[in-house]
Design a binder for this molecule. Structure first.
Ligand SMILES: [Zn+2]
Length: 300
């Protein structure tokens, strides 16, 4: 099936300016995201949060897209309403249904250039493999969510991913990360273009002719919260030796936190993991100090 409509999204979190200003740039110069075989649309997802310089107004927009929540008329926060409006416009039964959604984010953690996949449909894996072949520094972060558990905006279409770049502070533009994000978007659009063209020349034999491929992914296996007291107050910081060490191996016994009393708390697990989103500013309120991943090779 050809990709007929691609949606580029920024400002799902209003204080992640890389995505916001990429969308503004694409809207000012639409020819840079135009390709011949499909339509490209752009969306500033949470304009009110952007105006306020905040991640969200009432609730995290990027947790509002579970099917049962979209269908729940009692959910009426600003972001719940935005999610329903976005879904009604671009979702499968919407006015302008999209086939692929690329949602642009930034992180205060040292995520480099990360593609986050929430589903392992083959097209997503092929797209990710292409982007890694264009830029080997790109990391693929993968969390296998069922459709019913997927709260993310990029789940409104059959295919989708998030681009997460960092480290950059909230409310701040970093020109290098901005340009690298833009290059990733162009590479993704070029891939869709070549995919469509190959599909039309091979007709229905595309899947049969496709060779097997493999992709190194960081598979999300858990989260770690900060040590907290009974009131929920954090009792420790990310250990200085772990700060900005996203995607680096963390061995059992390695330092993880430094308490305010000056004590080191070590990683207690029994196997090597690769932490990501270490010290992400937006995750303090979510009870997440970091996400743990394992390296896996996905064959497809
Ligand atoms: Zn974000």
């Amino acid at each position: 099936m050809a990709i007929k409509h691609v949606l580029l999204v920024g400002g799902t979190h209003g204080n992640e300016l890389t995505g916001v200003y990429l969308i503004k740039q694409f809207e000012q110069f639409p020819e840079i995201v135009r390709r011949s075989s499909f339509k490209t649309s752009t969306l500033l997802a949470n304009p009110q949060a952007f105006q306020l310089g905040k991640r969200y107004v009432d609730a995290d927009l990027n947790r509002q897209f579970r099917p049962q929540d979209l269908a729940d008329p009692t959910l009426s926060s600003y972001e719940a309403q935005r999610a329903k409006a976005i879904y009604q416009q671009f979702g499968p039964k919407g006015a302008q249904p999209v086939d692929l959604t690329i949602d642009l984010h930034s992180s205060t953690a040292n995520m480099g250039l990360t593609i986050i996949l929430a589903s392992s449909v083959i097209f997503n894996l092929m797209l990710a493999a292409r982007l890694v072949s264009v830029n080997p520094d790109i990391k693929i972060l993968y969390s296998d969510l069922s459709i019913d558990d997927n709260p993310y905006l990029d789940s409104i279409s059959k295919f989708g991913c998030k681009i997460e770049v960092g480290a950059v502070a909230q409310g701040v533009l970093d020109a290098a990360l901005f340009q690298q994000s833009a290059a990733l978007v162009y590479a993704a659009l070029d891939y869709v273009e070549s995919y469509n063209q190959e599909l039309s020349s091979n007709q229905s034999n595309f899947d049969q002719q496709r060779g097997t491929d493999s992709l190194l992914v960081y598979h999300r296996v858990g989260i770690i919260d900060y040590p907290r007291d009974e009131q929920g107050e954090i009792q420790a910081m990310i250990h200085p030796r772990l700060q900005f060490q996203d995607y680096q191996p963390l061995q059992p016994g390695d330092p993880m936190f430094l308490t305010f009393a000056g004590e080191t708390i070590a990683y207690q697990g029994d196997s090597t993991v690769y932490p990501v989103f270490i010290n992400e500013a937006a995750y303090y309120e979510k009870g997440i100090a970091m996400c743990l991943t394992e390296k896996r090779l996905l064959n497809f």
